[in-house]
Design a binder for this molecule. Structure first.
Ligand code: HEC
Length: 125
């Protein structure tokens, strides 16, 4: 018969494999290297700052929210998604320095140079 037991096992295996691939494709994204992202040295420095200070609340490569909104494409739109403020370096610097609601301010933690590196990286998101 066509649908003998081996065939059923094969097809089931294929379906399970497809489900696993689809699930891992959706959520568990492999972390890309700096080179794959095409980051210059300043952006690499900014990424380190992002990872140690911002990543726990903001997804860099998704618009999905964590504690704060995802920052994918943050500078690609005219306005910030949540606050509606203009998405430019000045406003984002203000937010980073002073914080906003649940977000802490970083004026004591990050230097002007750190913030510039961070912004350079965020322009690549
Ligand atoms: C403890 C969690 C937390 C950390 C850490 C944090 N943020 Fe936030 N962030 C938030 C929350 C919550 C908001 C939303 C504030 C509001 O109510 O407008 C926010 C808002 C923002 C916004 C404005 C988004 C919008 O759509 O209006 C930007 C940009 C931002 N954060 C960048 C950063 C950067 C860069 C860092 C790292 C230096 C950082 N955040 C660290 C929680 C955090």
């Amino acid at each position: 018969m066509f649908w003998d037991r081996r065939r059923v096992v094969e097809v089931t295996g294929l379906i399970v494999w497809l489900i696993v691939v689809m699930l891992s494709g959706c959520d568990v994204q492999r972390r890309k290297s700096d080179a794959e992202l095409g980051l210059n040295p300043q952006q690499v420095a900014g990424r380190k700052i992002y990872d140690s200070h911002c990543d726990r609340c903001h997804e860099p490569y998704s618009t999905r929210g964590k504690k704060g909104p995802g920052l994918q494409g943050v500078f690609k739109h005219q306005y910030l998604s949540l606050s509606g403020l203009p998405a430019n370096d000045d406003r984002v610097t203000d937010i980073i320095r002073g914080g906003r609601n649940e977000m802490p301010g970083y004026s004591q933690t990050l230097s002007q140079q750190d913030i510039q590196d961070l912004l350079a990286y965020m322009h690549k998101l």
